[in-house]
Design a protein. Structure first.
Length: 202
């Protein structure tokens, strides 16, 4: 019995060591604040205590926990960002995220598109003028209910795209797609939807 407990304790310690090494890697790749790192470590330990890690990948569990904490702390990182940083499949990560949210009985708030506009504007090097216009387009779109139930990053990508076109800034749709993780087709579809609904108000 002691031998079995010892092995179990050793396995648990190794799991924590592996997880926190991975967490340090995620922190560096995603630029996570220290508070998010600390909370992720706390929630990972809490999840471990519930004995629900058995048979599941430590990497995916840690990535899902990181995403939960980002949502809880309103730290704008998409599930695609975290999947890329952790080198895991997005669909697998989404499944484990839903499982953990249910197990922990928590309800992370949904991100809003405006939380990603500044990030995309900075990544694509558009002007302050274009960034302001992107926020204006987004505000009108929100008032008309266009953003409801839409992926917030796709809406942010679309308004940055539309604002850059309006101000004649040479930012390719491909560039916005690369930095946002949203396909060019989706950006084009969201852009058409916004233009069709609010066209003359831009």
């Amino acid at each position: 019995m002691w031998d079995r407990n010892s092995r179990s304790s050793s396995s648990s310690t190794q799991s924590f060591q592996k997880a926190f090494t991975l967490l340090d890697g995620l922190r560096a790749k995603l630029g996570l604040p220290e508070s998010v790192v600390e909370q992720t470590a706390y929630w990972f330990r809490k999840i471990s205590a519930k004995k629900i890690l058995g048979g599941r990948s430590t990497v995916v569990i840690l990535c899902a926990t990181t995403y939960i904490v980002c949502r809880l702390t309103n730290t704008p990182r998409t599930i695609h960002d975290i999947a890329d940083a952790g080198n895991v499949k997005t669909k697998h990560l989404q499944r484990i995220y839903r499982f953990l949210v249910k197990e922990l009985d928590i309800h992370p708030i949904a991100y809003k598109p405006d939380e990603f506009v500044t990030r995309l504007a900075k990544a694509t090097s558009v002007s302050e003028k274009t960034q302001r216009l992107a926020f204006k387009i987004l505000s009108i779109a929100e008032k008309k209910g266009i953003t409801t139930s839409k992926n917030p990053m796709s809406m942010a990508a679309a308004v940055v795209h539309l604002a850059s076109l309006k101000n004649k800034e040479k930012v390719s749709q491909l560039k916005i797609s690369e930095v946002s993780g949203i396909s060019a087709v989706t950006i084009r579809d969201r852009s058409k939807e916004i233009t069709k609904c609010i066209g003359g108000e831009i």
